[in-house]
Design a protein around this ligand. Structure first.
Ligand SMILES: [Zn+2]
Length: 139
């Protein structure tokens, strides 16, 4: 995030602490569930549940997942948005009921799972970076 699609770097690589070399993009990380330390796909043990630790490098995920208590609120917000969208489409297009049920059950599950994964991954990566910076400051 915050990258504006520049072709050439305006600042030297490595000068910004946010520019870690070889780190996957957040969407990629959320989609595949990549560990922030070793990059293995070990982050999720269920579609939207983060594992307790990385199977490959034993990074403690549970310690990094503190803000995830807000994920219930996020689910509600997304559900409200999806219901609003469903009602808008119902008024505009008036599709048959069975089609709406089919579409919205798929969209709701995919949307909420995708949103939760992205949210939890973003949060965990932010916590991990904060932890790294703290460790660097200590030593
Ligand atoms: Zn790992």
């Amino acid at each position: 995030m915050g990258r504006l699609g520049r072709t050439g770097p305006l600042i030297e690589p490595g000068t910004s602490p946010k520019d870690k070399q070889g780190q996957p993009g957040l969407f990629q990380a959320a989609l595949s569930g990549l560990c922030p330390r070793c990059g293995k796909a070990t982050l999720f043990e269920a579609p939207a549940r983060i594992a307790t630790e990385c199977e490959a490098c034993q990074l403690d995920y549970s310690e990094l997942e503190r803000g995830a208590r807000w994920s219930g609120l996020l689910t509600i917000i997304m559900a409200v948005l999806l219901i609003s969208a469903a009602m808008g489409i119902d008024i505009a297009l008036q599709p048959p009921f069975w089609l709406q049920v089919l579409i919205w059950s798929v969209v709701t599950v995919a949307g909420i799972l995708g949103g939760l994964r992205l949210y939890k991954t973003a949060l965990l990566y932010a916590q991990y970076e904060a932890k790294l910076e703290k460790e660097n400051a200590d030593t």
